[in-house]
Design a protein around this ligand. Structure first.
Ligand code: FPP
Ligand code: MG
Length: 330
């Protein structure tokens, strides 16, 4: 079952089901451009699906506030998904990926030039949409910081490939920039446009940060424990790409075969056999359990951060999201 089907068959977003249907229409409208090719690429991207986790987190927060107005919150939620979409389009160019979510990537379908330019267009549309909505400087500032961090996270990751000297702190900083900041800002700004008090905005920001950290750690664990068939992409992909994740960092610390593992993960020319061997060495240590425990700690912190005063259905939806991330084994 795909992640998206799992999400839809899970009831965590029932409370904003109607909002998410409107969001889909707005996403299609947002990618309609005066140049047919750009509309075509944008429509393909919207229709290729996605979990819509970022706008959902934003809308749940906005709904909790005394000033909630869907018309006012919607452009922000759409902007979050557009920024996410644009970043993935660029990421797929960088990674030379052919498929995402089971559909061909923009670069595979139209080539790198069109993919980069369509990504730029979609990215700019996000800022176009929020301009004039009266969200205030803080919202624009946080969105700009988000994109700065996404770009920095990618650059740092890129410059650290095939380098096994990274510790846990480097790893956590990298995944914060790459994933957690995004979910944090979705919750925080959703709360802000809904008119929740600053203290509650901060608590929801902490929730978003923690589920983001847990989400990425879980993703990185799955890359090691899953088979290629269930993952939808080759297992051990991160190792192959030289991306050093938490189970590897732990295994390098505790494995009696650390030297062999180190030699494999730092070798850009590693063979498929060596990737298999690296996975074996990692699996013989507590690296995966260690990382899963870290993810679990973040999820506990996330749930503890949820403001007590949230509407019951929103509170439960946020708890379900955290449990869903923790229970993810696909
Ligand atoms: C996917 O992660 C990629 C990201 C989280 C960020 C990509 C960011 C950029 C390319 C820079 C920002 C650009 C714009 C236009 C906002 P992954 O590679 O770990 O996951 P994957 O396996 O799904 O590719
Ligand atoms: Mg990628």
């Amino acid at each position: 079952m795909s992640l998206q089907v799992m999400i839809l068959s899970n009831h965590m977003f029932d409370v904003i089901k109607g909002d998410l249907e409107v969001l889909e229409e707005e996403l299609l409208a947002a990618v309609a451009a005066p140049v047919e090719l750009v509309t075509e690429v944008g429509t393909h991207l919207v229709q290729s699906g996605g979990k819509r986790l970022r706008p959902a987190l934003c809308l749940l927060a906005a709904r909790s506030g005394p000033q909630f107005d869907m018309k006012h919150a919607l452009p922000l939620a759409v902007a979050f998904e557009l920024i996410h979409m644009a970043s993935l389009v660029h990421d797929d160019v960088l990674d030379e990926s052919d498929t995402r979510r089971g559909a061909p990537t923009a670069n595979a379908k139209w080539g790198n030039q069109v993919a980069i330019l369509a990504g730029d267009y979609i990215f700019a549309r996000a800022f176009d949409l929020i301009a004039g909505e009266g969200y205030g400087d803080h919202v624009s500032k946080r969105l700009a910081q988000l994109v700065c961090n996404l770009s920095l996270g990618e650059i740092v990751q890129d410059s650290a490939v095939y380098r096994a000297s990274q510790g846990e702190a480097d790893y956590l900083d990298r995944i914060r920039k790459k994933t957690a900041d995004f979910l944090e800002i979705c919750c925080e700004l959703g709360a802000e446009v809904g008119g929740l008090p600053t203290a509650e905005q901060q608590k929801l920001a902490e929730y978003g940060h923690c589920i983001g950290m847990a989400f990425q750690i879980t993703d990185d664990v799955l890359d090691i424990v899953q088979t290629t068939e269930t993952l939808g992409k080759p297992a051990g992909n991160d190792i192959r790409q030289g991306i050093v994740t938490l189970p590897v960092i732990r295994a390098l610390e505790v494995s009696p075969e650390a030297e062999e593992l180190n030699a494999i993960v730092t070798d850009p020319e590693m063979t498929a056999e060596q990737v298999k061997r690296a996975l074996e060495i990692i699996m013989a240590t507590d690296g995966v359990d260690f990382a899963r425990d870290r993810a679990e700690e973040y999820l506990e912190r996330a749930k503890a951060a949820l403001p007590e005063g949230l509407p019951r259905d929103v509170y439960e939806a946020y708890v379900m999201v955290a449990d869903f991330i923790g229970g993810r084994d696909f």
